[in-house]
Design a protein around this ligand. Structure first.
Ligand code: FAD
Ligand code: 2HG
Ligand code: ZN
Length: 470
């Protein structure tokens, strides 16, 4: 049936792009790894208009691809090649709807940029703790649809834990008003949790009610050198014992990461006099003062230095320095992309298993692929590492596309042997959809498919992505 795109113009207010040049930025992911086609890209202004577009898609046998900031890592926001998709960009739905300072909640449109939400919370003397390097462009609807993690999970949890209620346009084009600011609600199946992490395959999130926390008066960080991942874990345990919930981030980077980072971003400042095999970035937040935060950090470092877990450390003494420390960590993923060919993994295992996992799997990959350079960094405190691979310095990685499935197999088999996950925070998208099928049990797949069938019986929501594809 030929689709009469003109009729979409009259279905809703807001932007409609049908020219190739206008659509182009929405049809490719930021890494340039995936491209697709679309009948149109729309930017509605309201939930009612999102619903009207979905109803138009149902009537015209078109599919729907929701898109936020298009910063995702798994190709889940890029339409497929069929040309039958309408991309619904939430960018124009960017209002803060309400802040309830007593209930510690904020209700926002799905197209609100994460950083705008953080800034609004801070203006109200509150904290919205979701934090990731893409926060200046990713949107809360995308954060929730990928159940984003980032650097605050250790203390505050993933995006899922930070959301109390949702407003959703269903695959039928109806509106579910679930914007409840409740911390307790056992009145049925948890529909909110189905849409969170669903990668746009069950419905479109149009608004969310988010949890706010007291704004800490102080946030301080330190950069420390450690010889082994075992030592890094001992420092983590020490920090947890000494300061408990005041430990708000604990990130790990290997020396190979730092080499690659400084090759790509030579302007970044190096904080310690020594280099070592591994580095940790430790962040402490304190509700009261810099003095308390500093004392907590110093006490961790003193003990870690005394027990020779850490060989060198630097504490950021002001905000500018803290930003410099964080820049070393936050630019890592992009440095790898800038450097050229790359293979990325987003894995989680119980943290106790990381030392042997890394040792064995590094050896396995390096022995099979002589041009591979292990680029291992991430959220150690959450048991989530980006266990990535780049070509060695000077090598172009011509074989990288060819070896990627083989490398994935080695890494993911090792992850599953450790009872881990092949996607900790980035989602399955198109990148990992088939791998999920390989590693999940028949019983789990049956339940996953039943959910998809129940909520999107026509299969129009983001076809080919994540659990919706298998
Ligand atoms: P998009 O990329 O636009 O979409 C992602 C998925 O959500 C797609 O499936 C899309 O269809 C769906 N979607 C988007 N909006 C909606 C909606 N309103 N309703 C239903 N479905 C929707 N991720 C982490 O978890 N932790 C990190 O530390 C992290 N760091 C990053 C650093 C950089 C430099 C970059 C570029 C990315 C990083 N990411 C990280 C990945 C990415 O930023 C997150 O996954 C983010 O949450 C995606 O948000 P987005 O608005 O860009 O979503
Ligand atoms: C991060 O933690 C992101 O920096 C990106 O999740 C990871 O680029 C990557 O592999
Ligand atoms: Zn990450």
């Amino acid at each position: 049936m030929p689709i009469l795109i003109e009729t979409l113009r009259t279905a809703f207010a807001g932007h409609l792009f049908t020219d190739d040049a206008d659509k182009a930025p929405f049809l490719i992911d930021w890494r340039g790894k995936w491209t697709g086609k679309a009948l149109a890209v729309v930017q509605p202004d309201s939930t009612e208009d999102v619903a009207a577009v979905v109803r138009w898609c149902v009537a015209n046998d078109a599919s729907v691809v929701p898109q936020g900031g298009n910063t995702g890592m798994s190709g889940a926001a890029t339409p497929d090649e069929s040309g039958r998709a309408v991309v619904i960009s939430l960018a124009r739905m960017n209002r803060i709807r309400d802040v309830d300072a007593i209930n510690n909640t904020m209700t926002v449109d799905a197209g609100c940029v994460l950083q705008t939400i953080q800034e609004e919370a801070a203006r109200r003397d509150r904290l919205f703790p979701l934090s990731l390097s893409a926060e200046g462009s990713c949107m809360i609807g995308g954060n929730l649809s990928t159940n984003a993690g980032g650097v605050g999970v250790l203390r505050y949890g993933n995006a899922r834990e930070l959301c109390l209620g949702l407003e959703v346009v269903t695959a039928d084009g109806e509106i579910w008003h679930g914007l409840r600011g409740l911390r307790k609600d056992n009145s049925g199946y948890d529909l909110r949790d189905l849409f969170i992490g669903a990668e746009g395959t069950l419905g479109i999130i149009t608004a969310a009610t988010l949890k706010l926390f007291p704004l800490p008066r102080a946030r301080l960080c330190a950069w420390a050198t450690v010889a082994t991942v075992d030592d890094a874990l001992s420092v983590l345990a020490l920090a947890q014992k000494k300061v408990g919930a005041r430990l708000t981030a604990f990130e790990l980077m290997s020396n190979d990461c730092v080499d690659l980072l400084l090759e790509q971003f030579p302007q970044l400042r190096w904080p310690t006099s020594e280099r070592s095999a591994w580095y940790v970035l430790i962040e402490i937040s304190d509700p009261d003062s810099d003095v308390n935060a500093n004392a907590a950090l110093e006490s961790i470092l003193e003990m870690a230095l005394e027990s020779e877990l850490v060989s060198d450390a630097a504490v950021a003494t002001n905000l500018a320095q803290a930003r410099e420390f964080w820049a070393l960590r936050e630019n890592m993923g992009e440095a790898q992309v800038k450097a050229g060919k790359n293979i990325k993994h987003d894995i989680s295992v119980p943290i106790s298993k990381f030392p042997s996992f890394i040792k064995t799997t590094n050896r396995h990959i390096e022995s099979q692929f002589s041009d591979a350079r292990m680029i291992v960094f991430g959220h150690l405190g959450d048991g989530n590492l980006h266990y990535n691979v780049s070509p060695k310095t000077g090598a172009k990685g011509e074989r990288f596309t060819e070896i990627e499935p083989l490398v994935n197999r080695i890494v993911h088999d090792a992850v599953i042997a450790c009872e881990g996950s092949i996607s900790a925070e980035h989602g399955l998208g198109v990148l990992r959809r088939n791998e999920a099928l390989r590693y999940k049990s028949d019983v789990e797949m049956k339940m996953q498919r039943a959910i998809k069938q129940a909520l999107d019986p026509r299969g129009i929501m983001n076809p080919g992505k994540g659990m919706g594809a298998v």
